[in-house]
Ligand binder design. Structure first.
Ligand SMILES: Cc1ncc(COP(=O)(O)O)c(C=O)c1O
Ligand SMILES: N[C@@H](CCOP(=O)(O)O)C(=O)O
Length: 523
């Protein structure tokens, strides 16, 4: 009917040894913590809540200048080590080196000096992090940099490039949980309600800040580059633009949404639209960054995951340090599922909580290499050719972080699920009908939840968090297609197309009465 034409968008859908410095963290943002004696984690002085003193900025200072005046001293440090290296490995690199792979070609991980962090107990860290939420003091107003000691402890606050990302809404999905899943404690962590509309901001603030530092140190970094299904490129170009650093993005032609494509264009990135898929772009950017002084910004670079892990810490913080039973994360290149594991695990190891949640990674059935690997009992991993999916940001067949994901899932007694196109689109429509406006990737995660509820794996009262990874406004074409019922071989059961009506009182009354009757038989 005419409704579908009216509804059609005019855009076509393309489709070291650890440095030893002086004691305890002193500055905490809008407040100063009274320095606390760094002795042992059992020391009473350490476990007491910190004393807070209001701090005022000079009238002629901006927040960055204020941070410059505030010289914190601490013992914390971090370095690169081979991912999952055994206790006998002696290989490590300074974070100021430009390196993405270990000597054997494996992944790297950022290793923190946990002994230094453990000099402060869980209560200390909880209070420190809680004291910084919602403030404007540089850089702690950011949900990422409010955990600076656990992220990039040695970076100078002055080098940080931040849009005060993080601190995203943890939404109680009351109606969706009750109506569609019979659940009463379902939450959606809206990581997509963010500066560039996805969780990538959390990692990119860290990576671009470190690049800013490297450039000030005169390291050979002329620009920063990534391959992208749309969200990494948006975050990279925004943070680089903010710092005046050139960004270069490799995008698979016609495979990302128009809203995503326009983001790096608007932010002045050098955009290459390449006739291949994401895996092809990823291969190319790896080759290019090995030859040119372009710093690699994909999550192969473990710096990114240090920022992304703060979403897990934030979830615990938002539940006042109570641990949810389940956290469900949509997976593509598979860095994020490990980042969540790492955030939860650090909180456990440092005594902020006593356990970690079970993790679920959700994939689109059209791009499901992790799911197939899981189903095979973690036998040898085989990349797949990823097919087109409405969850276009996870159309990835050869994920770079496969080893990290498997590790995270094994350590958290995790599960992998998949969603067909119809399942993910129906789930998205149902969630939207309860007041959300989610992206198709979140539809994948909700489908996983629904399957685990149906099989009784997740119980009706289990506290469950679904991670929403991008803003629905980046993926409106998929919603337009669905509600126009224009998708081949899809029933679009929950479509809600607009009704065409004549500009005439009688006609309007007729359709309204019919509608109201359908809602309430007593009318
Ligand atoms: C919106 C969205 N959701 C989920 C993912 C998956 O994250 P990861 O690649 O870390 O698995 C991505 C990117 O891959 C994404 O852009
Ligand atoms: N969805 C991602 C894919 C690349 O993931 P990354 O985390 O390795 O950068 C994107 O938006 O590009």
């Amino acid at each position: 009917m005419a409704a579908s034409c009216m509804f059609r968008s005019s855009f076509l859908s393309p489709n070291p040894h650890l440095h030893q410095q002086s004691p305890a963290p002193k500055s905490n943002g809008a407040f100063f913590f009274t320095p606390i004696k760094a002795t042992s984690s059992t020391d009473d002085a350490v476990s007491k809540s910190p004393q807070l003193h209001k701090h005022r900025r000079h009238a002629d200072e901006n927040i960055r200048e204020e941070a410059r005046r505030d010289i914190s001293s601490h013992n914390f440090s971090a370095r690169y080590v081979p991912f999952n290296a055994g206790p006998n490995s002696s290989e490590w690199y300074s974070l100021d080196e430009i390196i993405y792979r270990s000597r054997s070609g494996g992944l790297l991980d950022v290793q923190h000096d946990m002994d230094a962090l453990k000099k402060f107990d869980g209560q200390y860290w909880r209070s420190l992090f809680d004291s910084r939420v919602g403030k404007t003091t540089w850089p702690y107003g950011s949900g990422v940099w409010s955990k600076k000691e656990w992220v990039l402890p040695e970076i100078d606050s002055d080098d940080i490039v931040s849009a005060f990302e993080g601190n995203s809404n943890l939404f109680w999905a009351e109606r969706y949980g009750k109506q569609f899943l019979g659940m009463n404690d379902l939450w959606v962590k809206h990581c997509g309600i963010s500066h560039t509309g996805s969780f990538k901001d959390l990692g990119m603030t860290v990576l671009v800040s470190q690049v800013n530092r490297l450039r000030k140190m005169h390291k050979p970094v002329v620009g920063v580059g990534c391959a992208s299904t749309g969200d990494t490129s948006a975050a990279l170009s925004a943070y680089c633009a903010s710092a005046g650093i050139p960004s270069i993005v490799f995008l698979p032609a016609n495979k990302i949404s128009m809203a995503q494509l326009v983001q790096p264009i608007a932010n002045g990135a050098f955009v290459l639209s390449i006739d291949t898929d994401f895996d092809g772009c990823m291969q190319l950017i790896r080759e290019v960054t090995a030859e040119l002084p372009i710093y690699l910004a994909n999550s192969l670079n473990s710096l990114r995951l240090e920022g992304q892990k703060t979403a897990a810490i934030e979830i615990l913080q938002q539940f006042e340090w109570e641990v949810p039973d389940w956290v469900i994360v949509p997976g593509g290149n598979l860095g994020n599922i490990y980042a969540f594991y790492k955030g939860f695990q650090m909180c456990k190891e440092l005594g902020l909580v006593d356990r970690i949640p079970r993790l679920v990674c959700a994939q689109a059935a059209n791009a499901n290499p992790l799911y197939l690997h899981y189903k095979s009992g973690w036998k040898d991993f085989k990349p797949v050719k990823a097919n087109t999916t409405f969850a276009s940001a996870i159309q990835i067949g050869d994920p770079v972080s496969i080893d990290r994901a498997v590790y995270a899932l094994k350590k958290s007694n995790g599960i992998v699920e998949e969603a067909t196109e119809e399942e993910l689109m129906d789930a998205m429509a149902q969630a939207d009908s309860t007041g959300m406006f989610i992206c198709p990737h979140t539809g994948v995660a909700l489908t996983a939840l629904s399957k685990l509820r149906n099989t009784g794996v997740i119980g009706p009262t289990d506290r469950t968090v679904v991670v929403s990874t991008a803003h629905g406004l980046k993926f409106t074409q998929s919603k337009v297609d669905y509600h126009s019922k224009e998708i081949k071989n899809m029933e679009c059961r929950f479509a809600n197309p607009p009704v065409q009506v004549k500009a005439e009182f009688g006609s309007v009354m007729d359709v309204l009465k019919k509608y109201l009757l359908s809602k309430n038989s007593k009318f």
